[in-house]
Design a protein around this ligand. Structure first.
Ligand code: ASP
Length: 591
């Protein structure tokens, strides 16, 4: 090795030792006869002193090196004088007095500073990702990711799981997105699909008798990349045979409970993870991925407003609509502008408007307050638990088909807005929770048919299968999510292992029998050879590491992410294929 120590390693106890370091020039300060070089490698920083009097050759080279040059330093460890100690650095009490320096490689002047985490345009960062990744924050994130994955591997190994790879070149495995297709050279006109998850393959591994499987699996989904999504992302994919729902939840909960303090000791978790049904999560938080770190729960005023003096409320209640509210602590003095912002947030989620009631010491204020009787105001106060100084936000919607969704989404958005505005949460608290009993199907308005809410291999809840063919609306599935701090961190389900039930689900989803057989015949065939009961789930690694690293987006924890346009700015991908490649693949580009 070209180094005896890492740059984060030397301490006062190494004083007097002859050492050799190698790394990048983080900074260089030239004081004439003495040059200071801050040398950086993966583990940290070390100050190198080069004196023209003591080492004229090394000093000459030091005058020529620039930021990001790669150098090898030979020298002796010295304690720094008290006034020169840098307490923020683990190596801040020592420096290395250079006896020789060798330039291993030069560097052009980088397009942004590596040595500090100053904001840089993301396109530039992605174009020079290898330089961006040199920056301390990105190094920390990628190292944290490694630790998370290593922990998971060891934990699951100890719990009897086998790590098994599954193919990328496979068949359409729907998870609700478009497939990436790969044309076959050998079979003209035929395509592989990159799996949207290894879902089918892991179930087939259960049929194959492996009983406990996991994989750090890449998933490919050709989605519109709105928000913080990637066309390829990583899941911890796992599956267990002879397990019931609670066995899977308990195992994953145990894993996260052990993982968090190991990799991020500064984070706190709440144990045990609370369990909510999907219906309860929507009723209390307006979201199926609630932030459980704070209150401000939704309350239902529909019943109480049946005969309200405010026409909109009474009509909404009588028309079968919904009226719900939240109380924001200490916001009774919000200005006109702030209230307009709240209204815009609610409207952004489809609400027709927002009613605000400021509970002040001198009475309840707000444009609608005068239409509400004392009794109504008292009922609102009692239900929301509002205190003097708080602001109640009410959303009413009279459209029976959308009211539940609109009211929930608007109040949930307002709830999260108050969380951020009022600084209600501890960023170091990881508030996990289980959301259970999801609906089995979702109505796809555009295509006029049912979609699987999770995926088509999910089992209905016990006693729900019988009703499924008659009324898909009411059927609950044995799907579950792990949520944390308003993110969905994992999804999973107990799977169908009976070919008849699987075929019936395809029927509800409107697949003609023939299509179901050609797309998924292999699954149904496999299920007819003694498939064990099984289930599993898949926590998203990118999202998990993002939360642990206190980052706002998953691109910050992926070494080489794509842009929101699904491009790679560094390698300039996707790119055109050559005529010859197209010909080999039997493809023609039609403009
Ligand atoms: N395959 C599912 C997904 O990708 C997870 C699972 O059901 O295990 O979300």
């Amino acid at each position: 090795m070209l180094k005896t120590h890492m740059c984060g390693e030397l301490r006062t106890e190494h004083e007097g030792q002859v050492v050799q370091l190698a790394g990048w020039v983080n900074l260089r300060r030239d004081h004439g006869g003495v040059i200071f070089i801050v040398l950086r490698d993966r583990e940290g920083l070390t100050q190198v002193v080069v004196s023209s009097a003591l080492s004229p050759d090394a000093h000459k080279i030091a005058t020529e090196v620039r930021a990001e040059y790669v150098i090898e330093v030979h020298g002796v460890v010295h304690k720094r004088p008290a006034e020169q100690i840098t307490p923020e650095w683990p190596t801040g009490e020592i420096e290395v007095e250079a006896t020789a320096i060798k330039v291993l490689n030069t560097s052009k002047s980088p397009p942004f500073y590596i040595y500090e985490d100053s904001p840089v345009d993301e396109a530039l960062r992605l174009r020079y990702r290898y330089l961006d990744l040199r920056r301390p924050r990105m190094q920390r994130n990628i190292i944290l990711r490694h630790k998370v994955v290593q922990f998971i591997r060891e934990f699951l190994d100890q719990h009897g799981f086998l790590e098994i790879e599954t193919p990328y070149l496979f068949k359409s495995t729907p998870e609700g997105a478009r497939d990436y297709l790969v044309p076959s050279r050998v079979h003209p006109g035929k395509f592989y699909a990159l799996p949207q998850s290894p879902q089918q393959l892991k179930q087939l591994l259960m049929v194959a008798g492996f009983e406990r499987y996991f994989q750090i699996a890449r998933c490919f989904r050709d989605e519109d990349l709105r928000g913080d999504r990637q066309s390829e992302f990583t899941q911890l994919d796992l599956e267990m045979s002879f397990a019931e729902r609670d066995d899977i939840l308990d195992l994953v909960e145990e894993m996260f409970t052990a993982l968090i303090p190991t990799v991020t000791p500064e984070k706190r978790i709440l144990s045990p993870f609370p369990r909510l049904t999907y219906a309860e999560a929507l009723a209390r938080y307006g979201s199926d991925k609630p932030d459980l770190r704070f209150g401000i729960e939704l309350v239902d005023l529909t019943e109480a407003m049946q005969n309200s003096g405010f026409g909109v409320f009474s009509q909404t209640a009588q028309a079968g609509g919904q009226i719900k509210a939240i109380a924001a602590p200490g916001c009774a003095d919000y200005t006109r502008r702030q209230l307009d912002e709240l209204t815009a947030i609610a409207k952004g989620q489809g609400a027709k408007g927002l009613v605000t009631l400021a509970f002040r010491a001198d009475g309840v204020k707000g444009p609608v307050a005068k239409y509400l009787s004392e009794t109504e105001l008292a009922m609102i106060a009692e239900k929301t638990g509002v205190q003097t100084g708080d602001l109640v936000c009410v959303v009413a919607d009279d459209r029976p088909d959308v009211c539940a969704r609109v009211v929930a989404a608007s109040l949930s958005a307002l709830r999260l807005n108050f969380r951020d505005q009022l600084g209600l949460v501890d960023p170091n608290l990881m508030a996990f929770g289980w959301v259970l009993d999801f609906p089995m199907f979702e109505w796809n308005e555009e295509e006029g048919r049912w979609d699987a809410a999770h995926h088509p291999f999910t089992m209905p809840r016990p006693n729900n299968y019988e009703a499924m063919m008659a009324d898909p609306t009411a059927v609950l599935s044995d799907a579950y999510d792990l949520v944390c701090n308003s993110y969905e961190l994992a999804s999973g389900s107990i799977r169908v292992h009976d070919p008849k039930i699987q075929m019936d689900i395809f029927r509800v989803l409107g697949y003609p029998e023939e299509e179901a057989r050609s797309r998924f015949g292999h699954m149904m065939e496999a299920f007819s050879y003694g498939a064990p009961p099984h289930g599993g789930m898949a926590p998203g690694i990118d999202r998990l590491v993002m939360l642990l690293a206190n980052e706002a987006g998953i691109r910050e924890v992926i070494a080489f992410p794509k842009t929101t346009q699904a491009t790679d700015l560094m390698a300039d991908t996707p790119a055109a294929a050559t005529e010859r490649q197209l010909k080999e693949l039997h493809l023609r580009i039609v403009e």
